[in-house]
Design a protein around this ligand. Sequence first.
Ligand code: PAF
Length: 279
Amino acid sequence: MEILRSLDAMREWRASLAPSQRVGFAPTMGNLHAGHIELINVIKQQSDVVVASIFVNPMQFGGNEDLDAYPRTLEADLAKLEASGTAAVFTPTTTDIYPDGVSQHTAVDVPGLTDVLCGASRPGHFRGVTTVVSKLLGIVRPHVAAFGAKDLQQVLVIKKMVRDLSINTEIEVVPTVRESDGLAMSSRNGYLSHDERALAPLFSRTLEETAKRVAESGSDVKTVIAEGKAILTEAGFVVDYLEARHTHDLSEASSLNQETAIFGAAFLGTTRLIDNRIV
Ligand code: PAF
């Protein structure tokens, strides 16, 4: 496996590939778990060569968020990628990605979809995601790139960006990988204390149950959502949002005439969990 530690190294490696080789890409922020390896496995079936990137993107963290604490586990990550059959890993420096610093960097903004849910709670987050992903797609030039369905809003935002900016990359959405108790895999799960970890699966279970009940009750979405929030709050979660929204445009779903998902974000102690369930 090639480890490409600079922009020049990445570009040189990319230029060495034959035009006929189909390139698959899995962008990550490292601290890899089975959900990331699933991105690689899915993309491997659709490409001749798989590239991953590891870059903890400062632009997508708010000033009060966990950029410094975010787990950096490069050696373990490289071993997992090697074992998964990844051909090359791009590990750029912050200067490679933001030569004039984050605040002086050209930004990519996707309107509309970023106004709600995590976009409302984490101002600037999606601007950071779309800026870095557009750069990575421009550097790696993959035919197909994989993103996890756990971050469903991120997937929708990236799909719109790719369409709007005419980026020639297919976006593959990979189903959420869960622990045996249902908790969606996330690099942030490692922040949970022993007691919080024991409670955390209630979050995914509540989203699942809420989705089932919304499907059954049809129009009574508001009541079911309010009950879901109450269950989480009573158990000790601080709910950021629990909402039923249409998956194509993230508009509020008061009826179920289009595909709908229950989107949730909640704090358990200082750890922010997010998840979603299609109704
Ligand atoms: O989902 C993530 O890990 C990140 O948001 C991404 C897509 C790698 C961009 O930094």
